[in-house]
Design a protein around this ligand. Structure first.
Ligand code: PRP
Ligand code: ZN
Length: 305
C-alpha cells in the first residue's frame, strides 16, 4: 500500500505476533492502526491469523479477554486491549499476568460503570450494601467495593450482563458503557463510574531473541508515531512582525515555529509550526484576533521522534 518496507524472505526469519480483538468495538480501529503503521496483510473472513506481507509481523484475531494471557504466555509479543480487560486479568491472584502497559492508544474510550434499573434509587455506594451486582469484571468490582468499604454480592457472568436484572439474577449491573445505547435499550441507568478505560498497547516480558525484540521495539515506535500524529497539525499563517510573540504563544504544543520573510511585505512574516495538540476553532479565532491571516491547518501524515 504505502510500500515503505521492502518485502522480505520468510525463511528462518524472526516473526512476531500482535493480538487484536476479533470482532467488537476495538477491531476496526486496531486493524486500521496497524495498517497506518505500514503493515500490509490480507484478511479473509473468519481468518484468525493474518500473515504480515511486508513485515514479519502477524496479526492474531482473538477474544479481547484472552489477549492478556496470550501475551503473558509468550504466544503473542504485543497486543491492543482495553485497560478494563488488562486490569481485570492482571489483578493479584489471576496467576499468569505478566503483560505490561507500554503506551496509551487513543481510541476505544469507555467506562466501567454501575447501572441500576430505571427508577431504583441510588444515592451513593452505601446503597449497594447487600445488593447483587452482575458483572464480567469481578476483580475490578470487588477491589472498588473494598475501597468503598461495602459488602455486596458479585454475580459473575461472561456475557449478557445487561439483562441480568430483568431475569432476576441481580439487582444492578457493573458493565462497560461506551455510547450508552446498551443500557438504555435495557432500561438501565448509569449511576457510578468505577473505571475510565481506553485501549492500551501491551507487551509481555517473556524473553525473545534479539531480532524479535528489535521488531517489537520497531512496531511500538511506529504505533507511538501514528498515535502522536493523530492530533498533530501543521499550521501555516501570516503574522504582523509586531504580533510575533503573541502568535507564537497561541500555537498549541508547538516547540519552535519556523519564521520566514514574505517577499515584498516587510511588516509581515510567514509562520510554520507543528502543533502537537488538536487545533480548535477557538485557537484559530484567537490567532486571527492577534492579527494572523491566511491561516492553513494541514494534517500530518507521519512523524518519527
Ligand atoms: C461492551 C458492553 C456492552 C457494550 C456497551 O461490550 O458489554 O455490551 O460494550 O456499549 P454501548 O454503551 O455503546 O452500548 P464489548 O464491546 O466490550 O464486548 P465484550 O464485552 O463482548 O468483549
Ligand atoms: Zn470481551
Amino acid at each position: 500500500m504505502t510500500g515503505e518496507a521492502k518485502p522480505m524472505t520468510v525463511e528462518r526469519e524472526a516473526r512476531i505476533k500482535i493480538a487484536v480483538q476479533k470482532s467488537g468495538r476495538l477491531t476496526d480501529n486496531s486493524l486500521g492502526l496497524l495498517r497506518r503503521c505500514g503493515l500490509n496483510y490480507s484478511r479473509a473472513a473468519d481468518q484468525l491469523i493474518c500473515f504480515g506481507e511486508n513485515m514479519p509481523v502477524d496479526v492474531l484475531l482473538v477474544r479481547d479477554d484472552d489477549i492478556p494471557s496470550l501475551i503473558a504466555e509468550g504466544v503473542c509479543q504485543l497486543g491492543l486491549v482495553g485497560l478494563n480487560v488488562l486490569l481485570e486479568k492482571s489483578v493479584e491472584g489471576a496467576g499468569l499476568m505478566t503483560a505490561r502497559r507500554v503506551g496509551d492508544v487513543e481510541f476505544g474510550r469507555c467506562r466501567l460503570s454501575l447501572a441500576v434499573p430505571r427508577g431504583m434509587s441510588y444515592l451513593g455506594p452505601t446503597d449497594l450494601a447487600g445488593r447483587r451486582i452482575a458483572t464480567s469484571y469481578p476483580r475490578i468490582l470487588s477491589r472498588w467495593l473494598a475501597e468503598q468499604g461495602i459488602e455486596a454480592d458479585i454475580v459473575t457472568l461472561s456475557g449478557a450482563v445487561e439483562i441480568a436484572p430483568k431475569l432476576g439474577r441481580a439487582d444492578l449491573i457493573c458493565d462497560l458503557v461506551s455510547t450508552g445505547s446498551t443500557l438504555s435499550a435495557n432500561g438501565l441507568e448509569e449511576v457510578e463510574v468505577i473505571l475510565e478505560s481506553h485501549v492500551v498497547l501491551v507487551s509481555g516480558d517473556t524473553p525473545v531473541d534479539a531480532e524479535s525484540a528489535e521488531l517489537v521495539q520497531r512496531l511500538i515506535s511506529r504505533i507511538d508515531g501514528v498515535v502522536r500524529v493523530q492530533e498533530a497539525k501543521y499550521i501555516m499563517l501570516h503574522a504582523p512582525r509586531s504580533a510575533l510573540d503573541e502568535i507564537k504563544a497561541l500555537l498549541p504544543g508547538s516547540e519552535a515555529p519556523t519564521v520566514m520573510p514574505l517577499d515584498g511585505i516587510d511588516d509581515k512574516v510567514a509562520i510554520h509550526a507543528v502543533c502537537q495538540e488538536n487545533v480548535f476553532w477557538e485557537t484559530l479565532e484567537g490567532l486571527k484576533r492577534a492579527g494572523a491571516s491566511s491561516v492553513l491547518v494541514l494534517p500530518v501524515e507521519k512523524m518519527l521522534a
